[in-house]
Design a protein around this ligand. Structure first.
Ligand SMILES: [Zn+2]
Ligand SMILES: [Zn+2]
Length: 178
């Protein structure tokens, strides 16, 4: 598998391998061991445990740049010893834990989940750019948006449960290829 040192989440670019395959997945996979180790450390320091199920769910999300539903995750994960697949309920439980911990975000519009590529404050505004052609999702943050949203919600005494903005459209790469 070709490795790309290029890091689209900070550069804003979108690399493709020589075979034309999107490099997102490779990048995510390449960062997965580091991210999983970090998740384990963080859980430990909070007195929590990244159980095998939680870890496997997080791994599955790191292996792709596409949002996955709980059912997608159940299909992807290899069966447990004894040949049983993880139930949707145990996957949802693991996802709840990972979301609360800030390791995973939920895309409300599609009830699907993505691994967070960076560590940021829980209250940070998350902007997702969701490509309707390749299915890829990129995550960005904006201090200006955070301030603007805080101003609106404060002025109305509103307490947001989540601060997630979803932009649907076409990514730079798909637009180039069009
Ligand atoms: Zn994030
Ligand atoms: Zn795209």
């Amino acid at each position: 598998m070709p490795m790309h040192d290029h890091h689209h989440h900070t550069s804003g670019e979108h690399a493709h391998g020589p075979d034309g395959a999107c490099a997102h997945a490779h990048e995510h996979a390449a960062r997965a061991p580091e991210a999983l180790a970090r998740a384990e450390d963080e859980c430990r320091s909070r007195g929590e445990r990244l159980t095998p199920v939680r870890r496997r769910v997080l791994e599955a999300l790191y292996a792709t740049h596409k949002p996955l539903s709980a059912y997608d995750i159940a299909e992807i994960l290899p069966p447990e010893a004894g040949g049983k697949r993880l139930s949707a309920v145990s996957i949802y439980r693991a996802l709840d834990f990972l979301i609360t911990g800030g390791f995973v975000h939920r895309l409300e519009s599609r009830n699907a989940f993505v691994a967070c590529p960076s560590r940021h404050a829980p209250g940070e505004v998350v902007v997702f750019m969701i490509c309707e052609r390749c299915g890829g999702v990129d995550e960005r943050h904006s201090e200006k948006l955070r301030a603007a949203l805080a101003e609106i919600s404060d002025a109305n005494g509103f307490e947001p449960r989540a601060r997630i903005i979803e932009l649907n459209g076409a990514c730079a790469h798909c637009r180039e290829g069009a």
